[in-house]
Design a protein around this ligand. Structure first.
Ligand code: NDP
Ligand code: GDR
Length: 327
């Protein structure tokens, strides 16, 4: 039985990856950090199948112990301060977790089990102010946020450990991927949750920032398969994972409102509070390398993804007693 250690297992991607690895018969060790109010929402259904290890990306000693206890064949480093907008008000914490946290995890692997295969969750945000359209593995980087800068450090330190210590370390340059388990502050989920609340009479408006931003949005369940595939190859490498399709935030909003029979213009309010100090105007990935070398394929398209997320949020709010408006 293979064993895998996942950091960030309580997050969106970690939960789908844990499901995938459990289905494949792995023993899954999940890192959770100590919080005053633990949140297992994404992993409630598989909580008992995961071996839990208490550790923090900022604490090398705890990561060394995590690698020692789990003795992993594969390590997936998904933990990070992952919300771009929060990286301006918290640039140092973002750097400590999203950048230095990667070195901590790589060091723990190098010191305890250097032959373990390592996956780093890199990001299309590293392309930032894009230098070419579409973006491929060799497109120059130009990050536009403290988060993007931190991810770029994480990306290069992963490449460096591969080249310096001959470690099997891969970096997945993943474009935006979403699901009903996406955090509520990210734009897709904010929209689908907002639409569900408006439809059910629980809210009257949806406040958003830049509707012109364009992103390449895929389904998280498809993307974690690419992570696993990268670690099954003969040699370690870096891969772009994307859909190759770009949509504006406005298109996302339109599909979500249309799905419940409402006109978005009646409810959306532009709020400067959600406009970023430096924006990434567009991201569009070309994942030909992943398709050809990994045999990776996309299953869920953009329209379907948005509708599935709206449906999931409608269901979630309908099940809550608070969903019944009090007149
Ligand atoms: P989430 O924000 O949903 O999950 C982040 C996870 O990291 C949570 O489990 C969180 O734990 C954990 N975490 C945060 N800080 C620490 C810490 N100091 N020690 C231990 N654990 C910590 O992110 P996603 O699942 O969406 O993304 C996974 C990774 O992929 C992230 O690194 C993200 O930056 C990257 N990425 C994501 C993309 C996307 O579109 N989703 C695209 C490209 C890259 P807790 O539950 O306690 O908060
Ligand atoms: P992003 O995702 O920054 O691309 O990072 P997010 O969903 O936060 O923003 C996408 C785009 O939507 C615009 N936008 C808004 N965004 C939010 N959150 N809230 C709003 O009200 C709003 N209005 C407009 C943003 O300006 C932006 O252009 C995600 C994260 O998962 C990262 O961890 C990951 O690395 C990248 O995707 C790839």
């Amino acid at each position: 039985m293979k064993s895998a250690l996942i950091t960030g297992v309580t997050g969106q991607d970690g939960s789908y990856l844990a499901e995938l690895l459990l289905e494949k018969g792995y023993k899954v060790y999940g890192v959770r950090r100590r919080t005053s109010t633990p949140n297992y929402e994404n992993v409630e259904h598989i909580k008992d199948q995961i071996e839990w290890i208490s550790a923090d990306l900022g604490d090398l000693a705890s990561l060394i112990e995590a690698v020692r206890v789990s003795d992993p064949d594969e390590v997936y480093n998904l933990a990070a301060q992952s919300f771009v907008a929060a990286s301006w008000p918290q640039p140092i914490a973002t750097g400590q977790m999203t950048a230095m946290g990667v070195t901590n995890m790589l060091e723990a692997v190098r010191l305890v089990k250097p032959e373990a295969r390592f996956y780093q969750a890199s990001s299309s945000e590293m392309f930032g102010k894009v230098q070419a359209i579409p973006q491929v593995e060799t497109t120059p980087f130009y990050p536009r946020s403290p988060y993007g800068v931190a991810k770029l450090y994480g990306h290069w330190i992963t490449v460096n450990y591969r080249e310096s210590f001959d470690m099997f370390a891969c970096s997945g340059i993943l474009f935006n991927h979403e699901s009903p388990r996406r955090g509520l502050e990210f734009v897709t989920r904010k929209v689908t949750d907002g639409v569900a609340q408006i439809k059910l009479g629980l809210s009257k408006e949806l406040r958003l920032g830049n509707l012109d931003a364009q992103r390449d949005w895929g389904f998280a369940g498809d993307y974690v398969k690419a992570m696993w595939l990268m670690l099954q190859q003969d040699t370690p490498d870096d891969y772009v994972i994307s859909t190759g399709e770009m949509h504006t935030v406005e298109e996302l909003v339109q599909i979500a409102f249309d799905h419940v029979g409402l006109n978005w213009r009646d409810y959306v309010v532009i709020d400067e509070k959600f406009v970023r100090p430096a924006e990434v105007d567009l991201l569009l990935g070309d994942c030909t390398k992943a398709k050809e070398q990994l045999g990776w394929e996309l299953e869920v398209g953009f329209d379907q993804l948005v509708k599935n997320m709206v449906d999931a949020d409608l269901k979630r709010h309908s099940l809550k007693p608070s969903a019944v408006p009090v007149y």
